[in-house]
Design a protein around this ligand. Structure first.
Ligand code: 1HE
Length: 263
C-alpha cells in the first residue's frame, strides 16, 4: 500500500478492511493539487490493499479541492505542458479505472482540477455547501486533467463551454439537477453518506463492480452493435462466477434479503 503523505492520507477501514478513505489533507491551500499530490493520488489508487472493495475520496477543511496548485504553474514549454497534463491523466485514470468503485464526498469548492478529480469518481455525493466552477477560462488556461472528456459526459458540452467562457458557478442544488452529483445531502453530511454508499457497494460481487467500472463506460461509447456484443460477453463472464450463482440461489430460496423495495 502507498504510504500516507503530508498532503494525502490513506486509511483502510471496515470490519474486513474493505473500504479505503483517501483524503486530501492540505486545507491551508484548499487542497490545491500540487505535482506531488497528483503523484500521491496515483500511487494511492494503484496500490490499494487486496481487501479493499470500495473507496471514498474527500478533502479536509472547508473545501473539497481548489484545483491545480497555481503556485506551481510556471513557464512550461509545450512538451513539458503535455507531460504535466498526462501526469494528471495517469492519476485520474488510476481513480476511474482502478480496482474498486470510488465515491467522492464533495463540499465547498469543487473547482478546476478539483472538478476534474471529482469527475473521475464513479459516484459523487455533494453537501449543500458545494459549488462547481471551471476558472481555467478566466486564468487563460484550459482543463488538463481529463475534464474535457469526463465533464461533458456529466453535464454536456454546451454547459461546460458556458462554464469556461463565462466563469459561471453552479451551486449544490443546480449541480445535482445538472448531473454533477448523484446525491445531495445537508451541509456536513457528504462524508457519512459516501461511507454508507461505499459500504453498500463493497457487498456487491467484485466482478459486477468491475464490469460497471471498466465495461459500462466503454460500452456506452461503442456503436450499438459493438456495445451489444461487449455487453453479452461481460454479462456472461459476470454470471459465470460462483458468487453470482450463489447470490441467485439465495434470492430464489428467500434468503438473500435483497428484494428490491420502492424508493
Ligand atoms: C491556492 C489555490 C490554488 C487557494 N493553487 N494556492 N483553481 C482556481 O483558480 C481556484 C483558486 N482558488 C479560489 O478561488 C479560492 O481559493 C477558493 C474559492 C477555492 C477558496 O476560497 P477561500 O477564501 O476559502 O481561500 P483563499 O483565501 O482564497 O485561499 C487560501 C489559501 O489557499 C491562499 O494561500 P495563502 O498562503 O495566502 O493562505 C491561496 O493562495 C491558496 N490557494 N487555491 C494554489 N488553486 C490539470 S489542469 C487544472 C487547471 C485548474 O485547476 S485551474 C483552476 C485553479
Amino acid at each position: 500500500m502507498a504510504p500516507s503523505s503530508k498532503d494525502l492520507s490513506v486509511e483502510i477501514t471496515g470490519k474486513k478492511k474493505e473500504i479505503a478513505v483517501v483524503r486530501l489533507t492540505r486545507p491551508a491551500k484548499r487542497n490545491a493539487l500540487s505535482d506531488g499530490l497528483v503523484a500521491a493520488l496515483r500511487d494511492a489508487f494503484q496500490n490499494l490493499p487486496a481487501s479493499v472493495r470500495a473507496a471514498v475520496i474527500d478533502g479536509e477543511g472547508e473545501h473539497f479541492c481548489a484545483g491545480l496548485d497555481l503556485s506551481e504553474l510556471k513557464e512550461r514549454d509545450a512538451g513539458e505542458g503535455m507531460h504535466h497534463s498526462r501526469s494528471w491523466h495517469a492519476a485520474l485514470d488510476a481513480v476511474q479505472f482502478g480496482p474498486v468503485p470510488v465515491v467522492a464526498a464533495l463540499h465547498g469548492a469543487v473547482v478546476g482540477g478539483g472538478l476534474e478529480l471529482a469527475s473521475a469518481a464513479h459516484i459523487r455525493v455533494a453537501d449543500d455547501t458545494t459549488f462547481y466552477a471551471l476558472p481555467e477560462g478566466t486564468r487563460g488556461i484550459f482543463v488538463g486533467g481529463g475534464g474535457s472528456v469526463r465533464i461533458p459526459k456529466l453535464i454536456g458540452v454546451a454547459r461546460m463551454t458556458d462554464m469556461m467562457l463565462t466563469g459561471r458557478v453552479y451551486n449544490a442544488e443546480d449541480g445535482e439537477r445538472l448531473g454533477f452529483a448523484q446525491y445531495r445531502v445537508p451541509a456536513g453530511g457528504a462524508f457519512d453518506k459516501a461511507m454508507e454508499l461505499a459500504a453498500r457497494i463493497a457487498t456487491n460481487a467484485p466482478l459486477t463492480n468491475y464490469a460497471l467500472m471498466h465495461a459500462l463506460p466503454r460500452i456506452a461509447e461503442q456503436p450499438a452493435d459493438h456495445g451489444f456484443m461487449t455487453e453479452a460477453l461481460i454479462s456472461a463472464i459476470a454470471q459465470s462466477a460462483p458468487e453470482a450463482k450463489a447470490r441467485v440461489r439465495d434470492f430464489l430460496a428467500g434468503k438473500a434479503g435483497t428484494k428490491v423495495k420502492r424508493g
